[in-house]
Design a protein around this ligand. Structure first.
Ligand code: HEC
Length: 530
């Protein structure tokens, strides 16, 4: 990915932008050009209480860190996005365009001027408490557990009765680790048969009962599972009345003696939802039969079906999640159909254990009948791998501990339906990119998009109570041209403004200020009508 980024910057400069480089770059300032890029792409993680190591929410923050910011975006480290975008594309990619990279580089090269601070968008605001997706329909807590990871990693499965009296359709799953410092990962299953029992033997990787379904996961760097859906077509996972929910927990070696009680929050579609399509989440491509020799970089293969036959029923892939441990170097996955045509699914060229999760496609990737799935995974068991847990390197084999290796590719998929190839899942997406990033950073967030616009503006924000939120639009002369009282629900809310003033006339192009009043406090931002 780094190479691709650098190459595209190079091309960008080469293709004529060098001519007006000086004119362009000398006018680039924080308030108008840089703040929107940083607030949309960085602040969600880089704010106080967020997962980034320092804040990037004001001019001073960004100015202070400008050299590191320039370096991190130029080498492609930030924002973190492991998949190779030249191999396959996903929705909600955390990547900057070459234009955005160019702007930040030129701005830093020019001394990083602030510009007119009154033109800057409002600081993004963040609140950190409770589930990030708003009030859940059902929260289940694992019992308080003391990690037993004395000699090995502790794998424990907790069975929690859902208490559901009727079947529900799940639209989102959020895991809230009780003790984030010791929760290495969590897999969430439902067991409709309610037969599987809690297993604290230390070796439980998930339920063994055949009927249980994986519905969500938490791993370093992953987001809540949010299925696409709107009033006409809803994707998700059905949970039956009386089901148990199973949390398969992984506490790493060394965490013994520390307590945890992890929660899972479930969000349901309304019971009246029709036109529902079930999503299945399973490990499809995997290899449990390999060892990586010390001081070697080795590549292994996996394929599905494992017996050499071909896939018998066409299906549609919604998301993919490659998983390896600390020796992981790279991993890919693709399918080859009966005509020998290859469909690239995912490629992680520089595996980073800290950044993993499900990557979701904008359009379902259709796996034809007669296809086979393949994956290659490379492992670096040399001292050059800074994550290598052993120095000197030791032989490491596939297994269940963090110090063992893994080679798994999870799929989210559904039965194929006509038209899946052109079904835009993003249009059914419950969240936008900005909202995704803000959820990532666990905050409330007021955003306006597209901006600039010539049609209309979608505002979205999270509110921490059910009430009326007043909003207003002010023109450049300070005149109030539009007001609205929006009745909101707790959690994520959206409001569309068609760029007309209160009396229904279209607003002329120019700069406008929007304000939203949350519990007595106004938050402002700038929008430009083209
Ligand atoms: C998804 C969360 C996330 C986003 C989005 C993000 N960062 Fe980071 N950033 C981190 C974390 C976590 C670290 C700590 C190092 C690590 O884990 O890689 C970090 C580290 C950094 C560092 C320290 C040097 C380095 O490369 O490790 C810089 C500089 C930085 N980020 C800048 C940015 C900029 C600029 C953006 C937006 C273009 C951005 N980050 C977006 C999470 C994020």
């Amino acid at each position: 990915m780094k190479k691709t980024l650098l190459l595209s910057i190079g091309l960008f400069l080469f293709l004529g932008f060098t001519e007006n480089f000086n004119i362009e770059s000398s006018t680039i300032n924080f308030s108008e050009d840089i703040a929107p890029i940083i607030y949309e792409n960085c602040s969600g993680c880089h704010h106080s209480g967020g997962i980034g190591p320092f804040s990037l929410v004001s001019y001073n923050d960004v100015f202070t860190n400008k050299t590191a910011v320039d370096y991190s975006i130029s080498n492609g480290n930030m924002p973190p996005w492991p998949p190779d975008t030249s191999y396959s594309r996903f929705s909600h990619e955390r990547v900057l365009s070459s234009d955005e990279i160019f702007k930040i580089q030129s701005w830093v090269a020019n001394g990083a001027p602030q510009g007119d601070s009154t033109l800057a968008p409002a600081y993004p605001t963040y609140v950190t408490s409770g589930p990030t997706l708003g009030v859940p329909d059902l929260t289940l807590s694992a019992p308080v557990y003391v990690s037993n990871a004395v000699n090995h990693d502790d794998y424990v499965c907790f069975v929690i009765p859902s208490g559901l009296l009727q079947n529900r359709k799940i639209r989102a799953v959020e895991v809230e680790p009780g003790n984030p410092e010791i929760v290495h990962h969590t897999l969430v299953y439902i067991d409709p048969s309610a037969t599987y029992q809690t297993d604290t033997s230390g070796h439980c990787m998930g339920p063994t009962s055949f009927s249980s379904k994986l519905i969500g996961e938490y791993a370093p760097g992953s987001l809540p599972t949010i299925f696409p859906g709107d009033n006409n077509l809803a994707f998700g996972v059905e949970i039956q009345a009386g089901s148990n929910v199973i949390l398969a927990m992984h506490y790493p070696f060394g965490s013994n003696g520390n307590t945890d009680s992890t929660k899972v929050h479930l969000y349901f579609y309304p019971t009246s939802t029709t036109n529902f399509r079930e999503i299945y989440i399973e490990r499809i491509v995997e290899n449990w039969n390999f060892c990586v020799a010390p001081n070697q970089v080795q590549t292994f293969n996996a394929q599905y079906p494992t017996n050499g036959s071909a896939i018998s029923t066409k299906f549609s892939v919604y998301g993919i999640f490659p998983h390896m441990h600390l020796l992981g170097k790279s991993i890919n996955c693709y399918s080859v159909d009966s005509n020998n045509d290859t469909l690239n699914l995912v490629n992680i060229p520089n595996w980073d254990f800290e950044w993993q999760g499900f990557y979701k496609y904008t359009y379902p990737q259709v796996i034809e009948q007669g296809s086979r799935l393949y994956s290659q995974a490379s492992y670096d068991n040399t001292t050059a791998n800074s994550h290598n847990p052993n120095d000197p390197p030791e032989i490491v084999c596939a297994g269940l501990n963090t110090s063992d290796e893994m080679f798994l590719v999870y799929f989210m998929f559904m039965d194929y339906q006509n038209g899946d190839e052109t079904l835009n899942l993003d249009s059914l997406d419950q969240l936008t990119n900005v909202e995704m990033n803000s959820i990532y950073g666990n905050n409330t967030f007021l955003s306006a998009y597209p901006n600039p616009t010539n049609t209309g503006v979608n505002f979205s924000f999270k509110n921490n109570q059910n009430n009326i939120v007043d909003m207003k639009i002010i023109d450049i002369n300070g005149k109030n041209i539009y007001n609205k009282s929006i009745s909101t629900t707790l959690g994520l809310n959206k409001f569309y403004w068609n760029t007309c003033s209160n009396n229904g006339t279209k607003c002329p192009p120019g700069i406008y200020i929007y304000g939203f009043n949350f519990n007595g406090q106004w938050e402002y931002g700038k929008i430009i009508l083209k």
